[in-house]
Every structure is written in C-alpha cells, then in structure tokens.
Design a protein around this ligand. Structure first.
Ligand code: ATP
Length: 365
C-alpha cells in the first residue's frame, strides 16, 4: 500500500482559488478524512490526487513518485463516488469482475478474486443477481467490490455514503471502517459530515474556503481546535464561544470574567483585546458559588443527558448536563468550566492562542 504526500497544492478555476496551498501527508494504511462544508475544496483536492483534475501548482507524491501531471489511469488508485455508477445490464459478479476482465486477466484468477471480495463484503449470495433490483447498501457494496478487486495502492472515496438514508449510513460507515481495518489500504475519504469523520477517521484535515484550518486526530481536533471555525464546525452542539474584552497574562492559569476567576490552561504569551473563551457543552457545570451566571432560556431533553441553553453577558451558552439535574427555565444559575479543556481564541484572527498543556495532551502549538 502507499503513502500520499501533498505539498503546496493549489487549484485555480480562472481567478477563483478552490484550493490554496494545501500540504499534508497520508500515512501508509491510514484512513484519512477530508472534512469541511460544501464548496471548501475537498472534492477538488481528491480529484487532483486521483488525476481527474490537474493542479495549478504544487506536488502530489504516491509511494514517493511525483504523479501531479500523470493521468488517472497510471496512478493505480480506485475512486468510489457517492453515485455508484454500476453497469445496470450486468449482474453483480460481472460488475465486480469487469476491471479485471478488461485487463485480460485469466478467467480462473478473476473468479477466485471475485469470490474473495464477495466474502469480505458479505455479498456471496447475491453474485448472480442483476444490480438493478438491489438495495442502496448492496449497490454500494458492489461498487466497493469493484474498487477492491483491483487491489489498488489506495482508495479515494467522495461521500460514498451520501445517497443512503441516515440509519443505513451509520451502519455502512461502521462496515467501511471494519473493511479498512481488515485490508489496511491507504484511504482518503471526503465528507461534510463531522460525525462520520470523527467516527471513521484516523486523522482529519478540516478545510474551509480552500484552506486547511487544522490537521490532526479526531481527539486533537475536538479537544484543541486550532481556530474558531473548527471549534464551531466540530461537535454537536458545537463548542461555546464566549466573547470578552480583557487581558490574560502569560503563564497565568486563570482569567477573570464578570468578577469570577476562571481556571484556564496558561497561555504561552500574554493576550489582550477582544478574546473568546471556548468551552464544550459537556465541560460546563452548575456551581452555586460561581459569580459567572447565566439565565436558563431553554432545556432540551435527550434521554441520558439534556442540553440547557443559557444567556450570559458574554453570549449564549449551551451546557450538556445529566437529565436528572433539575433546572427551570428562567432560573439564574452559577456556572463553572472544566479548565484543562478550555481554548482561548483571538477574535480578530479566529486562531487559538498557544497554551501550555499538561503532559500527555497535545497543544495548540
Ligand atoms: P461539495 O461537497 O459541495 O462538492 P467541496 O468541498 O467538495 O464541496 P469542491 O467541489 O472542491 O468543493 O469545489 C470547491 C469550489 O470550486 C466550489 O466553489 C466550486 O464551485 C468550485 N469549482 C469546482 N469545480 C469547478 C470547475 N470545474 N470550474 C469552476 N469552479 C469549480
């Protein structure tokens, strides 16, 4: 299998910059996610790796070989789309075997490979069925089978589960991840669904307007967002972003908000001006002693937990509390935060300020 290196990759359509100087490395055997909102340049990046789009500048190396200007057919990769284009007049077996037959491979070898792939995907019993009558999930398995049977160096997948309904999508995403773990093939997977990216990916690139906002493991991105965009894009509900005007002294492990001392991971450098305190809803708790107070606006019951929306002098805040916690709408409550997972942002740049994190945790710089 293969390592993929993308270096300073740029794609312009006329004057419009779809991808601006992207650099990342996909390790051999990694399940790698390109995540971001619609139009951020994910598909364009994937199409350049596939050879379906030529880069304006920059390099793409697959297994150490520069392939940026090579046609798709010479890159030994398999591309799986959202709209699985199967041959409707052929049965499942013929659809899967087609790439091998068209290479002139011997019939006995083809039959064995199709059998192996069908076993991996659990579709041995439908090999002789026409594809036209299959369910969405089975059609997607056949499309995957056709990609896998070629044993390419890597798989590129563009929202492959996008056409499936929510429940089945979750099931298939688990299956895809299991399949990856069994085969170990380098995979680059495009999605706009942060839950899918967090659930399936070894590492994630978060893109926005053609730019990479952050690159890391799901936990690094969730716990230590590098930008306010990432803080807001990842998590459901997303990270709370409380604005305040003030000063934070370097290496000091607290700040003062509305007369209340709030513990924070110490910053490497002092900061002042318009700042933003980022805290995840599950890291907010009720605390009678706290002078940082909020008014309960709404409560949303979710079974095990509830989401409380509070108004505070620094903006609205959501807290995820266990459902047995009694709160009434209109009540004013004291609040405290889990201090080691707070992130402070510069409001103007939108970037996280570098913090000194405890050993064992990664940091924002
Ligand atoms: P989506 O999930 O909606 O496809 P995406 O993140 O994959 O979003 P891209 O398809 O990579 O986004 O598109 C990035 C930007 O480049 C978009 O604004 C799109 O309109 C533009 N774009 C893509 N292909 C072309 C093209 N051939 N000509 C002109 N503009 C293009």
């Amino acid at each position: 299998m293969a390592e993929i290196i993308v270096r300073n990759l740029c794609k312009k359509f006329g004057d419009f910059v779809a991808v601006e100087s992207s650099s990342f490395t996909v390790a051999d055997g990694e399940f790698f996610m390109l995540l971001g909102p619609s139009g951020c340049g994910k598909t364009t990046t994937l199409r350049m790796i596939a050879g379906l789009e030529l880069p304006t500048s920059g390099e793409i190396l697959i297994e150490g070989e520069e392939v940026g200007q090579k046609p798709a057919s010479q890159r030994d990769i398999a591309f799986v789309f959202q709209m699985f284009a199967l041959y409707p007049h052929m049965n499942v077996r013929k659809n899967i075997s087609y790439p091998l037959v068209s290479q002139g491979m011997r019939r006995a070898v083809v039959n064995q490979k199709v059998k192996d792939v069908a076993r991996i995907l659990g579709i041995e019993d439908i090999l002789d069925r026409p594809v036209s009558g299959l369910s969405g999930g089975d059609r997607q398995r056949v499309a995957l089978g056709r990609a896998i049977v070629r044993e390419p160096k890597c798989f590129l997948m563009d929202e492959p589960l996008g056409a499936l309904d929510a429940e089945f999508r979750e099931h298939m995403s688990g299956e895809l991840r299991d399949l990856h773990d069994r085969m170990g093939a380098t995979t680059v997977y495009v999605t706009h669904d942060q839950r899918e990216a967090m659930q399936m990916g070894d590492r994630i690139v978060v893109m926005n307007h053609g730019i990479i906002e952050q690159f890391g493991t799901p936990q690094e991105i969730y716990d230590y967002p590098a930008t306010m965009f990432v803080a807001d894009f990842i998590g459901s509900p997303p990270m709370n972003l409380l604005e305040f005007e003030g000063e934070i002294v370097a290496e000091r492990d607290y700040l003062t908000l509305n007369g209340q001392r709030i513990g924070i991971p110490p910053l490497k450098e002092s900061a002042h001006g318009l700042l933003v305190l980022g805290v995840r809803p599950e890291h907010v708790s009720l605390n009678d002693q706290s002078r940082f107070r909020g008014r309960v606006e709404t409560t949303e019951y979710l079974g095990t937990t509830q989401i409380i929306t509070l108004s505070t002098p620094n903006g609205n805040l959501k807290a995820r509390l266990i459902s047995s916690t009694l709160v009434r709408e209109g009540e004013v409550v004291g609040l405290s935060f889990r201090e080691d997972l707070i992130t402070i942002f510069n409001k103007q740049t939108g970037k996280a300020l570098k913090a000194i994190r405890k050993p064992g945790f990664s940091s924002n710089g």
